[in-house]
Ligand binder design. Sequence first.
Ligand code: MCN
Length: 785
Amino acid sequence: MTTRLFGEPVQRREDPRLLTGQGRYLDDLGRDALAAAFVRSPHAHARIRDIDVTPALDVPGLIAIHTWEDLPERVGRALPLLIPHPALTHGRTAYPLARDVVRHVGEPVVMVVASDRYAAEDACALIEVGYEPLKPVVGLEEAVQGAALVHEDVPGNVGAHLVQEVAAADGRGAGETIEAAPHTLSFRLDIERSASMPLEGRGVYARWDGRDLRVYSSTQTSTSVRMAVAATLGLPLPHVEVIAPDVGGGFGVKIVHPWPEEILVPWAAMTLGREVKWAEDRREHFISSAHERAQIQHVRVGFDDDGRVLGLDVTIRHDHGAYTPYGIIVPIVTSTQLLGPYKIGAYRVEFTSVYTNTVQVTPYRGAGRPQAVFCMERTMDKIARHLGKDRTEVREVNFIRPEEFPYDQRMTFQDGRPLIYDSGNYPEMLRMIKELIGWDGHERRPGRGIGIGCYVEGTGVGPYEGGHVQVTSDGRVHVSTGLTSQGQGHETVFAQIAATELGVPIERVSVVTGDTRRFGYAVGTFASRAAVMSGNAIALACRKVREKALRIAADALEADPADLAIDDGMVHVAGAPSASIPLSTVAVLANPLRYAFDDEAAKATQFSAAASPDRPPVAEGEEPGLEGRDYYSPIRSTFASGMHAAVVETDPDTAEIKVVRYAVVHDCGRLINPMIVEGQIHGGVAQGIGGALYERMVYDAHGQLVNASFMDFLMPYATEIPHVETAHLETPSPLNPLGIKGAGEAGVIPVSAVIASAVEDAEGIDVDRMPISPSELFELRSAVE
Ligand code: MCN
């Protein structure tokens, strides 16, 4: 049977299109549109004295030049602060074009529109902006000294400060517990900046016909962009449509909404009455989008002779860059999800989020969790080393036991709901990962090390997502959901869910995402939420459609709906397949307009009209058509978990670090498509290896990003990534109808911790930073000698 596809490794149906050049990305659209380009600040911190556009006015093809002063009041307002939080006492966002002060290199100052991008760039090059340089604040240490200020009205550059505390069972706080513990350790961890690097950058293309505005954006949140554009441009919502075409990766950076360009390009299209497009180039992506990670952590831990953690105190300094459009979600995630799979006696975490004259920090795949896991797993390794114990043994004594679920971590999650783990089996997972990597039989020799890292990840965050399902009279099933796809395989998995729920062959199911014409209420694709949120919403919508189909078919077959089943697109009496009716005919019966496209359907409609002369064509309480819509809104998030292990080899002469084996055991509840989940994990691990060994944003003292190109910002090639061995453990979530948990970020989260653990094992030194490069390993070796 081809219809029971939930849990099967169905090939990704979007791939033939995407792999044969038939994808339609933002820059494939609007080939004749006018092009926008931006003059961006060359200074990290400066006051704008004057802007002289006259030298650019003769550029052939120039259409318009706009500075902040030209923008109508609504358009020129500071961009919204998307997720306010009481701890964010000094939230600051940028203006779409800089108003008077620029606060990072790359901040947009002038927008140029021209006949093509060449002309627009030529004009940008001729515009003269007079700047009065101000002292830049670069790096966390400098920011907290507060000698220079990024925002004049933000004392000490501190945007947010939060302390969260959980006392031990006997009421003692973390400080007291640590003091009294048999063993204590204190250390500092440094986590550098990195960033999402989707192969397709951001981009927006807008068309205005005098009444309706259509915007295409390479976004992770088309419905939110729509609301922001409509509100900013003063348009009624039904007259604004936002469509995410194929999106070539997002990894978090495309959740921010609206980006300045998402407001300015539609505004230009409206004022000029012409189509306008902007596609980000790679340098713009480096200096003008967003970065992440960027923390310094101070850790104090107290533990007993078995390695049981009695108290943990973590102080985090988080570099927020120049603005906080996405609030303080990153440090909040770090601080609330730091405890991982462990029961910790008493816990205190404090973070201070500071402004610097660097590009803003917003979520990047993992969103604060790689930092949290680095902290917790480094702590576990250090405890093991201090006690001379095996690293897995120390983890095991601290694990939450399977019988303790649901387990309340007594913290508040990022959405304000209690942080309660719904299900999991950490001891079993540890057994599996040890077996997969061969932990006990690992060959120990200098220059070869093995490492481990564990994590728990809140996924499927609310508030809601919806699904719409329609069966048409040709028997096809059309599924739509409002969130967008950036390569996760949603066309395949949502079709699997619909095919399974409705009992139709998957070939008959089509899926549309990210198009506000099809689905207007949605939140977006981030925080590993699409499978849990839209997956369940689509299943619920299918169940509505199925019930209706069974009601109609029961009438036609003179049977009880409870006795009917749907298989392979046929509704039949269970156990009597000959008493059946195709779902296509049921769809015809559901729409009494009575267009029947084949003989069988025509007969069915005649029969139905004749059989019910005393009933209205649409029964009371029913709607015409075989379609349904439903929403899923969870009571709280579901917690996926995983354990990774790696073997590394370090070169004694060059200090090169090579990952020779990498293994993952992962639990995302019930798997919809194990092959897609493996793909997500492999991609995440590759990204994590980049973050562990190569990728960092290097700012100089003047706030210039010195490695803003793929020549200097090192992303790993396939040659640096070993085969990733993967095994799944399925502990279904009791919180949602399908029992699933998220998987999209899992691959990346523990990798830096795992690699640090393995390098430490190979070298016998402390690895307290991510990433670690050969030159740093060399330095660490020299410090020990
Ligand atoms: N899945 C499954 N069974 C489960 C859980 C998930 O089959 N139990 C499947 C899903 O149906 C989906 C994929 O695995 O096809 C990832 O699901 P999910 O965890 O719901 O994550 P999202 O779809 O919400 O994707 C977001 C997540 C995030 S937050 C980032 S960042 C990220 C990622 O996905 N960005 C990506 N993976 C990416 N993959 C690509 N190719 N491009 C990006 O930009």
